[in-house]
Ligand binder design. Sequence first.
Ligand code: AMP
Ligand code: MN
Ligand code: MN
Ligand code: MN
Length: 298
Amino acid sequence: MSPTLNADLHCHSTVSDGTLTPEALAERAKANGVELWALTDHDEIGGQQRAAAAAQAIGLQYLTGVEISVTFIHQTVHIVGLGFDPENQALKDGLLQTRDGRGQRAMEMSESLAKVGIKGAYEGALKYAGNKALISRTHFARFMVETGVCRETNEVFRKYLTEGKPGYVEHRWASLKNAVTWIRDAGGVAVIAHPARYKFSANEEFALFSEFKAHGGQGVEVVTGSHTPAEYLSYADTAREFGLAASRGSDFHSPDESHTELGTLPPLPGQLTPVWELVADRIRHSSASPVAGAATGR
Ligand code: AMP
Ligand code: MN
Ligand code: MN
Ligand code: MN
């Protein structure tokens, strides 16, 4: 499979904190020239069947996807899973467990915001959650833009929803080991999402990559909507250094909020193994483009 394939292996639908349905995302990806797509909702694979069916109907190759929230050295790290079996019971149970604390956390966020004069945030945020079990900070941000607290969601995060700010509530997510193991045991490949976004020291980042590898992790996002062009190059080096395959994904959430459109990022830098090579036999082809050659293609 070509390293320059227009693969977009990271985005969100109404099943988590995106504003478009899986079907609308499939259409948008296709219209933007995406050749291989994965929907990666947070801690949730309830949209996988819809995404795969929509992709198949329009001749778009599809990989199953998810983005799992993990706590590592007191920070939240996101691990993307690609090409797993969505019927795997241990994966489904693990995701259910990971989602479990979101309701309680949201109520605590709301109480904390009430103390600085922002009332009714829980109910307000819940209105924006297409999937009530997946209430996220993004839904709070949308509510606070709607009610005029801030002008845009970025500003809400900066002033209220990040560490040290009045609406932030510390939360314990899955362990790195569990997330990687769930994905691997379901036949998928685990990928460290947007590594430049974390605020780790060099030693902590080294620990993240080393432990991730030791648990069976195989990929890292190099070209993502969260990285600058300089970061594409520095994480291309990291991928080579740790012997990890490279992934590419916009992290698209919404036409109104996302600065990176589906399928519009530059290709992966050279001399990297694209992550889609590791899961080539897991790609779901439409009836118009049969599987022939996928398992052997490089
Ligand atoms: P949660 O899983 O509830 O903690 O929410 C995390 C989500 O919030 C991320 O996946 C992003 O979609 C969104 N997010 C995090 N930081 C920011 C930011 N600075 N600006 C806008 N959205 C953000
Ligand atoms: Mn998100
Ligand atoms: Mn993420
Ligand atoms: Mn994401």
